[in-house]
Design a protein around this ligand. Structure first.
Ligand code: GDP
Length: 358
């Protein structure tokens, strides 16, 4: 599946770059083009992808802080420029466009849903979001921003793939080190997903093609991606259990939104050396995912890659009922009330009933 990536804001730019790097390293050629868009000049400087600074007339390259309404306004105002910049990046070869954004901040959170709406009017290809949910300890404004953005992004995009920053955060790591590790984990999952349908040189074609990924994401609303890997035995017969236990780990402990095991559609992708993959294992893994997720439609297939590891990627789509997302929504709603009360308290000093001394 040839994907065009648009990184919006700081997290968006970094993660889009990380996915492209993973794709280059694996040699899939699944990432067609990448454009990073931001309102903050400094956040674009370290990136090794095409970049575009927007909103210069409003914020002079200094960013929007965590003001996602301003992020949305700037994307609306500058959409012509962004669409023109995407001209060579979204091409006839593109199977899907993915807009990557941290939902808790300002630029990505605001710009993502606006750009999704614009692109959907113009392109026939599916327009997906890849949204990063803030961790629990990230503060009320981030939770509120993410709640608003999530709702709107899921409405505007064909599907919103979600990653929770708490899913893989190590307590003993600095924020920057955590981000690097999290971004690599996201990149690995997404790159496998995009690799569906792309031939890997010397190993032949995948038996899963882009349309299977697209059809799995068709129920809309939101989706999560799981991943796990293990060493493969040389003999396929010995890998039946390796494949089923790896699929179990991918769903139970490897999901980008933890504790999310039920949905409307799923895809199980088993990647490994074709000489080591077991048909029986793949079929059993698919059946297990079917019963565990309660989905009527579980697509499955394999992705031939080199090496002695077997990896399983699970896409679970239609996850709006996930308990983890429900608890995020409660957190975002409570945060929104807290932010409003704080604003009311600040505004109380501006009332007219008490007159200023001079
Ligand atoms: P923007 O530049 O205004 O769009 O804001 P950010 O991209 O910094 O978004 C803030 C949110 O993204 C917060 O929830 C951060 O925890 C998260 N974030 C920022 N940078 C990264 C990153 O490199 N990786 C991940 N996973 N999350 C990030």
């Amino acid at each position: 599946m040839k994907a065009a990536l648009v990184g919006l804001g700081q997290a968006g730019g970094r993660i889009a770059e990380a996915i492209r790097d993973a794709d280059r390293q694996a040699g899939y050629g699944a990432v067609g083009g990448v454009l990073a868009v931001n309102t903050a000049r400094t956040d674009l400087t370290g990136l090794d992808v095409d970049t575009m600074l927007i909103g210069q007339d409003r914020v002079a390259g200094h960013g929007v802080g965590a003001d996602n309404e301003l992020g949305a306004e700037i994307m609306t105002d500058d959409r012509g420029e962004v669409l023109a910049g995407l001209d060579g990046i979204i091409t006839a070869e593109t199977d899907a466009v993915v807009l990557v954004a941290g939902l808790g901040g300002g630029t990505g959170s605001g710009a993502g849903p606006v750009l999704a709406q614009e692109l959907k009017r113009i392109y026939d290809q599916p327009i997906y979001g890849l949204g990063i949910l803030p961790g629990r300890d990230e503060g009320a404004l981030y939770q509120q921003n993410a709640g608003q953005s999530l709702k709107t992004f899921a409405r505007e995009a064909d599907s919103l793939l979600l990653v929770e920053n708490d899913a893989w955060r190590q307590a003993d790591e600095s924020v920057a080190a955590s981000f690097r590790a999290i971004n690599e984990k996201i990149a690995r999952r997404l790159d496998f997903l995009f690799a569906a349908g792309e031939g890997v040189e010397g190993v032949g074609e995948s038996v899963v093609d882009a349309s299977e990924v697209i059809n799995t994401l068709r129920p809309g609303d939101m989706a999560a991606v799981g991943y796990a890997a293990a060493d493969a035995a040389p003999d396929p017969g010995e890998n039946v259990n390796v494949i089923t236990s790896t699929a179990r780990r991918a769903l139970l402990t490897g999901m980008s939104v933890p504790e999310t095991t039920r949905g409307e559609a799923a895809l199980v992708l088993v990647a490994g050396d074709p000489d080591r993959l077991s048909r029986k294992g793949i079929e059993r893994a698919r059946k297990w995912i079917e019963s565990e997720t309660g989905t009527m439609v579980v697509r499955g297939g394999d992705l031939p890659i080199r090496g002695d590891r077997i990896a399983v990627v699970v896409i679970l789509s239609g996850i709006a009922g996930s308990p983890r997302l429900q608890s995020f929504l409660e957190r975002a709603t409570a945060a929104s009330q807290a932010v409003e009360e704080e604003t009311d308290r600040k505004n109380a000093f501006q009332n007219d009933e008490l007159e200023d001394l001079f």
